[in-house]
Design a binder for this molecule. Structure first.
Ligand SMILES: O=C(O)CCC(=O)C(=O)O
Ligand SMILES: [Fe+2]
Length: 360
């Protein structure tokens, strides 16, 4: 794995067939006997150092609930455009305006590119084919954010389910934040968990519609452009249609969907706080691996649509993102918040900087 990890050239890197053989961390083990915990915490630490990504099995969220979440996403995106547009994502102002339905073209993923003219160019050179629905804290008593729901009569039950879903994901994330503190052997093992005491997380429901294979294979269009995640920890639920790839420093490698698992990955703020011990890896969504590696398609052949549900853990808005106690010596991965290392941004400032680029 080379130093090219953060080079702007990596977006031209090739896809290779050999999947990322990242570890499967057993959530039950993470919460098991002291011996089991020690073993799985060590695995988690190694996975985040090596890949920035791991699978998580046996999570606290029942499989039926995950399936139900995907059913709701399918129902939502199947609504007529004019109905979805009743919850239209507004023009971006702050991370708290990042709510509601974003049709294709609203929001464009770029990686650490902040110059508006440069960003504008990538909209033509790197188009993305996706639609998303964006949610903030959905706990009924939250004073953080007003969510931007579709009217209840257009999709009865959607809101109520997502209020429960947000709670289930948040409970899991809080348990995991404590595990992260233990894996890092922090003096205060609850430090990372307490940083997220306001549950100011973000959920993106992702839909990549059916589309022609050819531009995906040619790399002239992506389902989701290469990026690192902005927050602390990401919990990614993906359906069985593949296409997620992670950059290992040399090439993009597929992450094969594994039924019954959640993908955990490190975001920018956690990489910054661990001073590069854990890496916020670049990833993107292209056609599934078997399609990327074949070239015997009929003209006009299409790839089926893909759904993913992503829960981004984010430290409270006013948390200053700085090196954690004990991590003063830089890890082998250069921290990702390039140029801002000495500036010491708060969580909200970093999110605002990246969302401003995404919604330019
Ligand atoms: O669709 C996926 O699997 C990836 C989604 C993702 O990386 C993101 O939303 O940040
Ligand atoms: Fe991501």
């Amino acid at each position: 794995m080379g130093a090219s990890h953060y080079s702007t050239k990596v977006k031209e890197a090739e896809s290779v067939e050999i999947p990322f053989d990242m570890p499967v961390i057993d959530f039950a083990g993470l919460n098991g006997s002291p011996e089991e915990r020690a073993k799985w915490l060590d695995e988690l630490d190694r996975g985040f150092q090596t890949y920035g990504f791991v699978y998580l099995s046996n999570s606290s969220i029942p499989e039926e609930m995950v399936e139900e979440a995907f059913e709701w996403s399918k129902r939502l995106f199947a609504l007529p455009l004019e109905v979805k547009m009743k919850a239209k994502h507004p023009a971006y102002e702050t991370p708290y305006s990042h709510r509601g339905y974003a049709p294709q073209g609203v929001g464009h993923t770029v990686q650490l590119l902040f110059d508006p003219d440069e960003i504008e160019k990538t909209k033509i050179t790197e188009p993305e084919i996706k639609e998303t629905f964006e949610l903030g804290n959905s706990m009924p008593d939250s004073d953080l954010v007003a969510n931007n729901w579709v009217p209840e009569e257009d999709l009865p039950g959607f809101r109520a389910f997502h209020e429960r879903w947000f709670v289930a994901c948040t409970e899991l994330s809080q348990n995991l934040q404590r595990c992260l503190g233990e894996a890092l052997k922090l003096e205060d093992v609850d430090l990372l968990r307490k940083q997220e005491s306001k549950y100011d997380a973000h959920i993106s429901l992702m839909h990549y519609p059916e589309m022609p294979i050819e531009p995906l294979r040619a790399g002239t269009k992506h389902r989701l452009n290469a990026h690192s995640d902005y927050g602390s920890l990401t919990m990614l639920f993906q359906g069985q249609v593949g296409g997620l790839e992670v950059h290992d420093g040399e090439a993009y490698r597929p992450i094969v969907p594994k039924r019954g698992t959640i993908i955990l990955n490190v975001g920018d703020m956690l990489e910054r706080q661990t001073n590069g011990r854990w890496k916020s890896s670049l990833h993107r969504v292209v056609a599934p691996r078997d399609i990327m590696m074949r070239d015997d398609f009929e003209p006009g052949a299409t790839v089926v649509d893909r759904y993913a549900i992503v829960y981004f853990c984010q430290p409270n808005a006013d948390v200053l993102i700085d090196t954690l106690p004990g991590y003063e010596v830089a890890g082998k991965w250069k921290p990702n918040m390039i140029g801002d290392w000495d500036e010491k941004m708060t969580s909200l400032e970093w999110l605002h900087k990246r969302y401003t680029a995404e919604f330019h």
